[in-house]
Design a binder for this molecule. Structure first.
Ligand code: ATP
Length: 222
């Protein structure tokens, strides 16, 4: 049986934060493979400054070319219209062997918007989640992420969630578990990178060198 992670986002552009935390998740959960899935049109984000999907997927490919356990999926780019995660999860469930264990990976900021996603309640029945901590520093970070996820689950999804015996996830009688995973805090976002480029400042150490070169050569985000 294979354990496979799905990691979606705009990746406008992919950065070292994405690359670092997703590797920590892979290791921490012993996943066999992770699909990185750039979205076509992000339903929850202003498409302002969104570069061509072909360029975004190419930057992901360049970043993971030496990582055989990470695959880039163009499934959302091939579908017409906005990309909905529920459709993507159903797609992977339909093409992968039946005994595959799938898990959806996302950062805390993205998780806290789930109640605005299409058919989000069904998503909690379909697939377990790994929520990565993001945004807060210091010792309280882990506690903060857990408490935030717990409050959100109980108020927006279902009061029936309880902390598991191992304390690593929230469990529910009929819904799939939601894991909260503490990753290294990395203060990088795509928004920050786009702003730096626009104002002529360097983005070294925020994206892989090969991505930096790609962005420069194509004049992206100027
Ligand atoms: P933007 O600044 O444009 O909103 P972003 O940096 O948040 O972009 P996305 O492509 O939206 O990048 O992120 C894809 C996924 O990666 C989301 O689930 C997001 O929460 C997560 N993520 C991005 N950066 C980090 C980080 N530094 N630490 C943890 N999770 C992250």
């Amino acid at each position: 049986m294979k354990h496979i992670g799905l990691f979606g986002g705009t990746f406008n552009p992919i950065h070292l934060g994405h690359i670092q935390v997703i590797q920590e998740v892979k290791k921490g959960f012993g996943l066999d493979k992770i699909f990185i899935i750039p979205s076509a049109l992000p339903p929850h984000k202003e498409p302002d400054g969104l570069v061509d999907a072909g360029d975004r997927i190419e930057m992901i490919r360049l970043s993971f070319s030496t990582h055989p356990d990470f695959s880039v999926s163009d499934v959302e780019l091939k579908r017409s219209g906005p990309s909905y995660t529920i459709d993507t999860v159903r797609h992977f469930k339909s093409i992968l062997p039946e005994d595959t264990e799938l898990v959806l990976i996302l950062g805390l900021d993205a998780f806290l918007e789930i109640d605005t996603w299409k058919s989000y309640k069904d998503l909690f029945l379909l697939i377990p989640f790994i929520v990565m901590s993001r945004g807060t520093e210091g010792e309280k970070r882990r506690v903060f992420a857990r408490k935030t996820v717990e409050d959100y689950l109980k108020s927006k999804i279902s009061e029936g969630y309880k902390i598991s015996a191992s304390q690593s996830s929230y469990v529910h009688e009929i819904k799939q578990p939601v894991f909260v995973f503490d990753v290294t805090p990395i203060d990088i976002s795509s928004t920050k990178i786009r702003k730096l480029i626009k104002t002529g400042r360097p983005i070294k150490s925020l994206v892989p060198e090969i991505v930096e070169a790609f962005i420069k050569s194509k004049g992206l985000y100027l």
